[in-house]
Design a protein. Structure first.
Length: 394
């Protein structure tokens, strides 16, 4: 299939699919072999080498969705992130990262990089010129994440890539929150795109996986380290991920729509103190999000007024479950301070703007009126309990 003329959903459905030449089945067959007879040209197929039939088919699909040349599929988002970072950094090198990052990524850099002699600087994305000011002669990589987890900060991608290109520095982006439905950073000059496929690419809360997309050359660099670190994904999960991506466009479009409505509703609600959603005009970098995103995503973070206990509010939700992770078809909620960003110290969290009251809502594909009704009844219930314990007066 010539994918250049095809739409996003058509590519999701058909691209990189394995033919079932034996029975003409509609879906990709799954090949679980860890041992393959040598072909004439000696291709050594082995799951850890990222080159089983299913791994290669899925790589093709994800690379095409991100407008890259090639991709590698990993056993987790962190396997993809750590392998990619270490493939481009060595002793004596320096990396600039944005301050608001996924907790695991920030933790990897702060807790492990000193062991490898890699220097790092974190910068505030609201001062984009800092990315240039902090460049040192040994700076090799600039790493961004937009929208970021959990505060949905927006980084101006083209501003960063033009600085990096001027100084011949490799750029990497964690595109997990946007997904290729909403944002294709390679089109904006980013060199390497990373995903926790556990999130939107998987989308059903049943897959742990990661992916990296870039040029053939960069992917080969990551591959060389990747086979030594051994973080590839098993073919069962590869197959599930390929199946899941067929509905990626449909799922995320619905999540975009729902999230925008929920964000608008929260914004108007007087029991809500602060709301973070790049699709709202009140978001400080809405104009940048509008420029670089096709949709604003399914993640909404907010703080309730101080008189509503966030833990109690979470308990009172019925449809929306409190749970780890995000981006499933079902709506979920968590408190970043005690989950996704618990590994950071309270000071580090506050530096990023993550308070103990912050809640991160992952909007699913349910009907938006049901999501809103659940939040409303949980607010009402929590207020009632507070009145009972005389914490607020009616
Ligand atoms: C979850 C997440 C990761 C880590 O992915 P895993 O699949 O859990 O290893 C990285 N970046 C972002 C933005 C995430 O949300």
């Amino acid at each position: 299939m010539d994918s250049t003329k095809k739409g996003f959903n058509t590519i999701c459905t058909h691209w990189g699919q394995l033919e079932d030449s034996q029975f003409n089945g509609a879906i990709s067959p799954i090949y679980l072999s860890t041992s393959y007879a040598f072909e004439e040209v000696e291709t050594k197929r082995y799951p850890r080498y990222f080159n089983t039939p299913n791994q290669e088919a899925l790589s093709k699909k994800i690379a095409r969705l991100e407008n890259g040349e090639n991709a590698l599929i990993f056993g987790s988002g962190m396997a993809a992130i750590s392998t990619t970072l270490l493939a481009f950094l060595q002793k004596g090198d320096h990396i600039i990262l944005q301050q608001t990052l996924y907790g695991g990524t920030a933790n990897l850099v702060k807790k492990e990089f000193h062991r490898y002699g890699i220097e790092y600087t974190f910068v505030n994305v609201d001062h984009i010129d800092l990315f240039e000011k902090e460049i040192r002669p040994n700076t090799k990589v600039i790493y961004i994440e937009t929208p970021s987890n959990p505060l949905l900060t927006i980084t101006d991608i083209t501003a960063v890539t033009s600085i990096a290109k001027k100084h011949r520095i490799t750029t990497m982006i964690d595109n997990t929150f946007a997904s290729p439905v909403n944002q294709t950073p390679i089109d904006l000059g980013v060199d390497i795109v990373i995903h926790s496929a556990t999130k939107y690419l998987g989308g059903h809360s049943d897959i742990l996986a990661g992916a990296v997309v870039s040029t053939k050359e960069n992917i080969n660099t990551i591959f060389q380290l990747g086979i030594n670190l051994g973080g590839s994904l098993s073919d069962f999960t590869v197959w599930m991920l390929e199946r899941s991506i067929k509905t990626l466009g449909l799922r995320v479009k619905q999540q975009n729509k729902n999230a925008k409505q929920v964000a608008k509703w929260l914004h108007k609600n007087e029991d809500v103190k602060t709301i973070y959603y790049p699709g709202l005009k009140t978001h400080p970098n809405h104009h940048i999000a509008k420029k670089q995103m096709k949709g604003y995503g399914g993640m909404v973070s907010f703080e309730l007024q101080n008189y509503i206990c966030p833990a109690l509010f979470q308990k009172n939700l019925q449809l929306i479950k409190s749970s780890m992770s995000l981006a499933g078809v079902e709506s979920t909620i968590l408190s970043p301070a005690v989950t996704s960003h618990a590994l950071l110290s309270p000071e580090e969290r506050l530096q990023q703007g993550i308070t103990d009251n912050l809640l991160r809502l992952s909007i699913g594909i349910e009907n938006k009126k049901d999501i809103i009704a659940d939040i409303q009844q949980a607010i009402n219930e929590t207020k009632k309990e507070l009145v009972k314990t005389k914490k607020i007066s009616e």
